[in-house]
Design a protein around this ligand. Sequence first.
Ligand code: SAM
Length: 233
Amino acid sequence: MQNQKTSIVFDQERAASYDQGNAKFAPIHETLHFLMHAVLAGLPADARILCVGAGTGLELLSLAQAFPQWQFTAVEPAAPMLEICRQKAEESDIASRITFHEGYLDSLPPMDLFDAATCLFVSHFLLLQEDISRFFGQIASRLRPGGYFVNATLASDQSTVQYDQLLETWLRLLKFSGMPIEQIEQLPTLYRQEVALRPLPEIESTMMSNGFNTPILFFQALHIYAWYAQRAI
Ligand SMILES: C[S@@+](CC[C@H](N)C(=O)[O-])C[C@H]1O[C@@H](n2cnc3c(N)ncnc32)[C@H](O)[C@@H]1O
């Protein structure tokens, strides 16, 4: 699939409500970001970070505030999401530390290798195995040897009883968060057709086959998992 375009597009409407929707899950995102800070805290004071699928800038802003000298490149194909990221960066006075790239990794100009890459809540939108393999390979190729990759994604083995039971809890969480019932009812089908929840060993082996050392699982919240891995030397 050219440019790894996904079936769900982050258009104007989705972008406008993205941060408000996410705020209801702040305990999950904040914990993930907090732990990601610990994962990356050993990087140099002037580290360069690649944020793939930066969206409205949630992880980028969190990292930029925690590490005031780091420089960032935000890769984001959806213009409305990137525009919100840019506005928030300007309001927080960190825009001068960010290179904004509207597009995919394919079109990111050649630049010095990065110390780390983040990819939070993006890879489950890539449905085809060949796309996710190429995607992870592209990220690895942008990192210096030993550089860190943080990958957070929805994951599960959908053939298991555990998946069905955790899904019930997940849907209850979304209900508490105020998501409309009609939307919640569509999710079990969406998770089989438009989003790829892969079994954990499959994600780990795809990372390892595409340039990374053994991934370390450092976070789980229901169907959300996050790993870090270093680029193989
Ligand atoms: C759910 S949002 C996550 C945004 C942000 N990382 C966060 O944690 O809030 C997914 C983002 O990935 C972007 N995206 C989708 N496919 C992509 C791809 N192949 N490469 C880079 N970004 C992609 C979407 O446009 C969207 O903004």
